[in-house]
Design a protein around this ligand. Structure first.
Ligand SMILES: [Zn+2]
Length: 307
């Protein structure tokens, strides 16, 4: 059985998993991303994880055949280069991710954006298994999407396709978005945006969104309103996308999707209010793989690279 390694490079942590060709996750390693030390350090950290996992015995002593990477930023899978990125990782834009990591570890490397990797994972072993047309949303520090149409992840003409967090948000006002524009969905519905809004309304120092989610579940009206309003903005955006794209299913992952029933109910209600009648029953479901989705999707890319 072929063994590959999937790597998920985010702004705060980098994870890697040893995966077999059936999609079993055999071992996982995680380190903090040395984001403020720049591209060499970040690639070095990923290479260190790959080397550590390549030494894990995988059954009958098979060798690792290839590496797949899902990374934050706009990533061009054809050239292997990070086309652009927010400031989350210093100097990340312009990085020849495939070339530099491949030289470090001496293995073939396939790369893509982390949300696209998440979508590949859900299609392989998760909530979208067996589906051909899928919208995957990942809602965490940012808001991202991946469109799978005709069984293929769509990157568009500039590798930008899927950046649904940068749709305009009705009622988004002039809140600044990390992309530099104002009033985008990400500026209203991301985890940091929800936490900031809760703090603004209550003057509280809640440190984590999980505290807000807990309060909402206990019936706190302000916490519930903040979550529901953010989810409604996101749901409207998703509904609009569904009218354009018409997938079979929507899979929603990321940390904010763990905010509980208040958030999910508002999300589904807003989707339903926006979609055309033929799409009213389109399933909107949670990620089945959670944080492991991008790892598995990256591993799947490595298998395809190897095939
Ligand atoms: Zn934006």
């Amino acid at each position: 059985m072929t063994l590959v390694i999937g790597v998920d490079i985010g702004g705060t942590k980098t994870s890697a998993g040893l995966v077999d060709s059936a999609g079993a996750l055999l071992a996982v390693r995680t380190v903090p991303t040395p984001a403020d030390r720049g591209r060499k350090a970040v690639i070095g950290a990923a290479a260190g994880l790959v080397r550590a996992l390549a030494d894990v015995p995988g059954g009958a002593g098979e060798k690792v055949a290839a590496v797949g990477v899902g990374s934050a930023g706009v990533v061009d899978p054809e050239s292997g280069v990070v086309v652009s990125a927010t400031g989350a990782i210093a100097g990340w834009a312009g990085t020849d991710l495939r070339g530099e990591l491949s030289r470090e570890v001496g293995l073939p490397v396939a790369v893509d954006n982390d949300v696209h990797a998440h979508a590949r994972g859900e299609r392989w072993r998760g909530a979208a298994a067996g589906r051909t047309d899928v919208l995957v949303m990942v809602v965490g520090t940012g808001v991202g999407a991946s469109l799978v149409l005709g069984g293929r992840v769509r990157h568009g003409a500039h590798a930008v396709a899927g950046h649904a967090g940068h749709l305009p948000a009705p009622g988004g006002g002039d809140r600044p978005c990390p992309c530099g524009a104002r009033g985008h969905v990400e500026a209203v519905a991301s985890g940091p945006a929800l936490l900031a809004e809760y703090r603004r309304r209550t003057g509280s120092g809640a440190a984590h969104l999980a505290e807000v989610a807990h309060l909402a579940a206990e019936g706190d009206p302000t916490a519930a309103a903040v979550l529901a309003e953010g989810a409604a903005v996101l749901g409207s955006a998703i509904g609009g996308l569904l009218n354009v794209v018409d997938p079979e299913i929507v899979v929603v992952g990321g940390g904010v999707a763990g905010c509980g029933e208040v958030w999910w109910n508002a999300l589904r209600e807003a989707v339903r209010a926006e979609v055309l009648p033929a799409l009213r029953d389109l399933p909107v479901v949670p990620s089945a793989l959670g944080a492991g989705a991008a790892l598995l999707g990256a591993a799947r890319m490595a298998l395809e690279e190897e095939a």
